[in-house]
Design a protein around this ligand. Structure first.
Ligand code: PHE
Length: 368
C-alpha cells in the first residue's frame, strides 16, 4: 500500500525555500550558492554577496537567511518580486576584492547559475560587489539589476537605499521625539560601508548629533570630516544614544547585546540584524522600537525595480523610495494599536501579501 504525500506533510517540512543551487564554479572553482526563497509574488530578487566564510556551509546558512529576508523586503515594499540571494563563499585565505581574472571567473560562474534558474531569480549588487560586477554578470545573463546607466541599468543602488533609511529615521524622529525630528538627536551609525557612509552624511546634514564606527580604522577620516564622534567598534552598539543605525553585517543584535542596549530605537540598512527572530520580542519588551530591517533597507530594490521594470522617471522612482516612510508609519501604527512589536505587525503585512497558499508562480511574469 502506498501512502500519498499529503499537502500538510509538505507544509510541515522545515525547508522553507523553493530552490537552492550549490555548485563549485566551473571557472573559479569557488563555492557559489543561489537561494530562491519564494516566487509567490514574482521572480526572486536579491543581491550577490562576495564574502569570506570559515566554511562554505556558513555561506549557505547566510544565503538561506538573507533570501528569506528579501521575500519580506519585496512584499512589504509592494513589489511583485519574491526573495532570493547569491553568496559566493570565499575561503578564509582569499581576500576580497580578488585578483581581476578570478573575480571575472566567479562572476561569470554566478551568471551561469542565474541562467540555470531560467528567470526565477534576478541578482543585483550586495556586500562585496559593485555596479562594475553587475556589468560582468550582464555579459552572460540579462537577469541582473543595477548595471551602469549607460548600459541600460539603474546604476548604484546605495544612494537610494540610504534615502530610504533616512526617510524611515525621520518617521522615528517625529514619533519618538514629539515631532522635533532628527536635529540634535544622538544617532549612532554602525558601519561606514557604501550605504552607512551615505546615511551618516545625510544625518550630518540634518543636524544630528552623530557618532560613527567601522571595523576599518581608515574610515575614521569620515568621522573627522563630518565632525562626528568616533566610537570603538567593539562597544559602539551599546553606547548611550537615541537611535542606533546598524549598517554593517547582520546578526549583531543578540540576546546579550539587546540586554545591554541604551537606545530608544533602532533603524538601519544592515540585512538580518536579529541573531534570531525571537530578538524582536526581546526588544519590544525592553521598550526599544525596532524598525524591521527588511523595510528600512528596501530603497535599493524599490528604486532598481521602479526604473528597470516600471520605467519610472527618476522623480517618481525617488518618491517610491520615500513611500517606505508611509509603510513604516503603518507598521508602527498597527503595532501600537495591537500592543505588539513592529516586527509582528510587519510580518502580518508580509504574510497577507505573500499568501499562506495559492502561490502565484513566476511563469506569468515578464522579465525586463
Ligand atoms: N543588496 C540589495 C538588498 O539587499 C539588493 C539589491 C538587489 C538591490 C537587487 C537592487 C537590486 O536589498
Amino acid at each position: 500500500m502506498t501512502t500519498a504525500v499529503t499537502r500538510d506533510a509538505a507544509i510541515g517540512s522545515d525547508l522553507d525555500h523553493e530552490e537552492v543551487i550549490v555548485r563549485r564554479g566551473a571557472r573559479s572553482r569557488l563555492p557559489i550558492i543561489l537561494a530562491v526563497h519564494s516566487t509567490a509574488r514574482g521572480p526572486a530578487i536579491g543581491g550577490c554577496r562576495l564574502w569570506r566564510y570559515t566554511q562554505w556551509r556558513d555561506g549557505l546558512a547566510d544565503a538561506l537567511r538573507l533570501s528569506a529576508g528579501m521575500t519580506a523586503k519585496a512584499a512589504l515594499a509592494g513589489l511583485h518580486f519574491g526573495g532570493g540571494k547569491t553568496v559566493v563563499a570565499l575561503p578564509a585565505q582569499l581576500r576580497p576584492p580578488l585578483e581581476p581574472a578570478l573575480r571575472r571567473a566567479v562572476l561569470l560562474d554566478v551568471a551561469e547559475a542565474i541562467e540555470a534558474l531560467d528567470g526565477r531569480y534576478f541578482t543585483g549588487p550586495d556586500v562585496g560587489t559593485t555596479v562594475a560586477d553587475m556589468t560582468t554578470i550582464g555579459e552572460a545573463s540579462s537577469r541582473v539589476f543595477c548595471r551602469p546607466r549607460h548600459l541600460g541599468g539603474s546604476g548604484d543602488s546605495s544612494p537610494h537605499t540610504a534615502a530610504g533609511v533616512l526617510a524611515c529615521l525621520r518617521v522615528l524622529g517625529e514619533l519618538l521625539f514629539d515631532g522635533a525630528g532628527l536635529r540634535n538627536r544622538r544617532i549612532t551609525v554602525i558601519g561606514l560601508g557604501h550605504v552607512g557612509e551615505l546615511v551618516a552624511r545625510h544625518l550630518a546634514d540634518a543636524g544630528a548629533d552623530l557618532a560613527v564606527t567601522d571595523i576599518e580604522p581608515g574610515r575614521r577620516e569620515i568621522a573627522t570630516e563630518l565632525a562626528a564622534r568616533w566610537l570603538d567598534p567593539a562597544t559602539a552598539l551599546t553606547t548611550d544614544t537615541d537611535v542606533l543605525v546598524p549598517a554593517a553585517l547582520g546578526g549583531q543584535l543578540t540576546e546579550r547585546v539587546v540586554s545591554r542596549l541604551r537606545c530608544a530605537a533602532i533603524a538601519g540598512p544592515a540585512n538580518n540584524q536579529l541573531a534570531h527572530p525571537g530578538i524582536a520580542e526581546q526588544l519590544h519588551t525592553r521598550g526599544i522600537v525596532w524598525a524591521p530591517d527588511y523595510l528600512v533597507s528596501a530603497g535599493g530594490i524599490v528604486h532598481a525595480t521602479a526604473v528597470e521594470i516600471d520605467h519610472d522617471s527618476p522623480a517618481r522612482a525617488e518618491r517610491r523610495v520615500q513611500d517606505l516612510a508611509a509603510t513604516l508609519t503603518e507598521v508602527l501604527t498597527i503595532a501600537r494599536r495591537n500592543h505588539t512589536s513592529p516586527e509582528h505587525a510587519a510580518r502580518g503585512l508580509v504574510e497577507a501579501r505573500t499568501g499562506q497558499d495559492g502561490r502565484r508562480r513566476c511563469a506569468d511574469h515578464h522579465a525586463p
